[in-house]
Design a protein around this ligand. Structure first.
Ligand SMILES: [Zn+2]
Length: 416
């Protein structure tokens, strides 16, 4: 933040900013406490005025006269933060193939269509305004992306990565009948990556470690294959994620220049000191997916151990200044409520660091400079929380309203 920004926020927090103009068509969030960004002082009894999908005015209630005709959300007693990112989701559940969805696809609004209901249950009611789909059928996800972008389905901005697997590395948990793109050589990986870039996908996801089942060795992707795909994506300025699975999967990914580890690796104990140092040096980001580890075994003690190992890995990397991005693998897992993930993350991070993982970290990492902060001229992607996350991090899951590009895409009012 530059001096000008700091001065502006100071003036607003002291109520010295000029009385702002509000027009009748504006959406106004009045009376809440705004946390503009992690580490930035809160604005109490604030007003946020949204116009044309952007934050037009932010200040103290007493300085902003709101016309009666403006749409006002009463945020008294509530907390306003920037819209959340979930940097690891999937649109793969059967529920996304809804026969009723034809009404939506035909361009009619359909509030009861499963796609609409499901987008809400899985994502918008938890505050997500931007998500990364790390591997689904690209054609399907692109069609959801289109329906959301054309306002047929209220939803988050969807970014999509295309997957590449190692040869004979069809993970045991993915349906056997689906043919997966497996690369045996760097040339094949390069071709697949180019294909995804031609489809205008937003990134690539590699399985540098594929889980083949209990007592079977993990199939890893060679570094040369990793690098071939990474080079194609990076030439287009696009990021590469990996599902690492084990140490070799982490090491080959790092050696090949991958940008984001899409999971922790709790079956492997800890990251090594060399891995942590290399991650830091290469500015690699880490997505915890801690709740996922409660779903991979029915043994409760084993679940606890896996979660704790994941927590320790997040802590180890964050304590060295490594970038953490919030992500849950929702859509693969069916626990939609984010409270559990937040609680686990709270064992490794402060509430402010968790806010960063949901907002400023992904916005900076994925170069979305108009997102991640509640400031004038930023995108009006906002979450209104019922409780203060500084008091209890699970309050990040208690969402009263989700606003994306100035439109309310989730409202808890009148709903359970
Ligand atoms: Zn996943």
């Amino acid at each position: 933040m530059n001096i000008k920004h700091k001065l502006l926020i100071f003036l607003m927090s002291t109520g010295l900013a000029v009385v702002a103009q509000v027009t009748p068509a504006d959406l106004v969030l009045r009376g809440g406490t705004v946390y503009p960004a992690p580490g930035v002082r809160a604005i109490h009894d604030a007003v946020v005025v949204i116009r044309g999908g952007k934050i037009a005015v932010i200040g103290k209630s007493k300085n902003v006269r709101v016309p009666r005709s403006a749409t006002v959300l009463d945020c008294s007693g509530k907390v306003i933060v920037a819209g959340f990112w979930n940097s690891h989701v999937h649109f793969t559940e059967d529920i996304w193939s809804d026969p009723q969805g034809t009404a939506v696809k035909a361009g009619n609004s359909c509030v009861t269509c499963l796609e609409v209901v499901h987008m809400r249950d899985m994502l918008t009611r938890w505050g997500f305004t931007t998500v990364w789909d790390l591997g689904s059928d690209p054609q399907k996800t692109l069609s959801f992306q289109h329906m959301v972008d054309s306002n047929v389905i209220p939803g988050p901005k969807i970014l999509m990565a295309g997957s590449i697997f190692p040869k004979e590395g069809h993970p045991v948990y993915l349906p056997a009948e689906v043919r997966l793109p497996e690369a045996a050589t760097p040339q094949e990986a390069e071709k697949m990556a180019r294909g995804y870039m031609d489809m205008r996908l937003d990134g690539i996801k590699l399985f540098t470690g594929a889980y083949m089942g209990r007592d079977k060795p993990v199939i890893n992707m060679d570094t040369a294959i990793v690098k071939a795909a990474v080079d194609v994506a990076h030439a287009e300025g696009k990021p590469v994620f990996t599902h690492p699975q084990n140490h070799v999967g982490v090491d080959n990914a790092l050696a090949g220049g991958v940008d984001i580890l899409a999971h922790t690796i709790p079956t492997e104990g800890s990251f090594t000191a060399d891995e942590l140092a290399q991650m830091k040096r290469q500015h690699t980001a880490l997505i915890p997916t801690l709740t996922l580890w409660t779903t991979v075994t029915s043994n409760v003690d084993a679940q606890k151990q896996l979660v704790q190992a994941g927590v320790d890995q997040v802590k180890a990397y964050a304590s060295q200044g490594g970038t953490i991005l919030f992500g849950t693998d929702v859509g693969f897992i069916t626990k939609y409520d984010t409270a559990e993930e937040l609680e686990y993350m709270g064992r490794a991070l402060t509430w402010s660091e968790i806010l960063a993982s949901l907002t400023t970290n992904p916005a900076a990492f994925f170069k979305a400079s108009s997102k991640g902060r509640v400031e004038k001229d930023m995108d009006a992607d906002l979450v209104v929380l019922e409780g203060d996350p500084a008091v209890d991090v699970r309050n990040f899951a208690k969402v009263a309203w989700t606003v994306r590009a100035g439109k309310v895409i989730w409202a808890a009012v009148g709903k359970k």
